[in-house]
Design a protein around this ligand. Structure first.
Ligand code: PEP
Ligand code: MN
Length: 337
């Protein structure tokens, strides 16, 4: 763990020392500090006296398989900045927007609804990973341009999904945070490309993934030098079929105890039905989520994707009340834009 004031030369000296001893060193730069992850013969690293090198704060042996994202060597919780919007302790952030970008009018209207409800970040899919190849796949690059129009209109930074490693450079031109969806949680080439993008990354939990698999997936991003990762619980597959997915609320406090990364919840893709979204969002806030991400739509009946779960009218108003009133009970303040 480097000191906050450590220079690039100090970091390079650590890497050189480790490599000279036959080890590997992975440098991860966070907002507040740089961490160098060492892989190799731990006994030998102990003989190197790394704490004596300039800029080194501490050397910690990590016992869990995820090193860079674990809390063992990073006890204080991280705050991820998304174009100036904080996600982390003391803050509560609402992320809202349409499931998919459809038209400029729909997206700008949705962005205004999001801002009005208290959102500080705009979500919206331009590349849609659909279960059916016959379903609407998103507008692609045109969708990204529309998101930029909505950002210009509302000032809300953009969270949008990237589904293919090849698209990471293009999506990074528009996104303030890259989203990796549940179906791609273990697409390791995509994780590595996102890790190298220089953008914060939201990593959704795979619908069939254990918490350890989820944290190992985050480790792929961190290992590429990016610690600005937000973990998103969005419901998992269970035997239950009467709603879309089972929201694993237990994951929120548990992952907070295992990792320093912010943990957020998507109640929309968990419940799958509008009337379930606000109760699940309230539960997420109460469990300590750093942010909640919801789908909304100006006309859910005509939505090209996930209309039944899109908030509008009274449900959106109820969410707006919840995000203002509940976080202060948990020593968090809603971030506004
Ligand atoms: C989404 O948020 O648009 C989405 C596709 O979610 P998930 O990957 O959780 O299904
Ligand atoms: Mn959706």
């Amino acid at each position: 763990m480097m000191a906050p004031e450590a220079t690039a030369e100090d970091v390079a000296a650590v890497v050189k020392t480790v490599e000279a001893a036959g080890g590997e060193a992975f440098v991860s730069r966070g907002v507040h500090r740089t961490i160098v992850g060492l892989v190799g013969d731990v006994e030998q690293f102990e003989t190197l006296n790394l704490t004596a090198l300039r800029g080194v704060n501490d050397v910690v042996r990590i016992s869990v398989p995820y090193k860079l994202v674990s809390r063992e060597h990073h006890p204080q919780m991280s705050t991820v900045q998304v174009d100036g919007v904080p996600i982390g302790p003391g803050h509560f952030t609402l992320i809202a927007g349409p499931c998919a970008v459809e038209t400029p009018e729909q997206t700008v209207a949705a962005a205004r609804m999001a801002k009005q409800a208290g959102a500080a970040l705009l979500r919206g899919g331009a590349f849609k990973p659909r279960t059916s190849p016959y379903a609407f796949q998103g507008l692609g690059k045109r969708g990204l341009e529309i998101l930029a129009e909505a950002k210009a209109d509302t000032g809300l930074p953009i969270v949008t999904e990237v589904v293919d490693a090849q698209d990471v450079p293009l999506v990074s031109e528009y996104a303030d945070m890259l989203q990796i969806g549940t179906r791609n949680m273990q697409n390791f080439a995509l994780l590595q490309a996102a890790g190298g993008s220089g953008k914060p990354v939201m990593l959704k939990r795979g619908m069939n993934a254990t918490i350890e698999e989820w944290l190992m997936a985050a480790e792929y991003i961190a290992q590429r030098g990016n610690l600005d990762i937000v973990l998103c619980e969005r419901g998992i597959r269970t035997f239950e079929t009467s709603y879309r997915n089972t929201l694993d609320i237990t994951a929120v406090p548990l992952v907070h105890s295992l990792s320093h990364l912010p943990v957020i919840v998507d109640p929309s893709h968990a419940g799958g039905r509008r009337e379930l979204v606000v109760p699940l969002a309230r539960a997420a806030i109460a469990a300590g989520a750093d942010a909640v991400m919801v789908d909304l739509h100006p006309e859910p009946g005509s939505a090209l994707c996930d209309g039944p779960q899109a908030l509008v009218d009274v449900d959106l108003a109820a969410l707006a009340t919840a995000v203002r009133e509940l976080p202060p009970l948990l020593e968090r303040q809603l971030t506004t834009r």
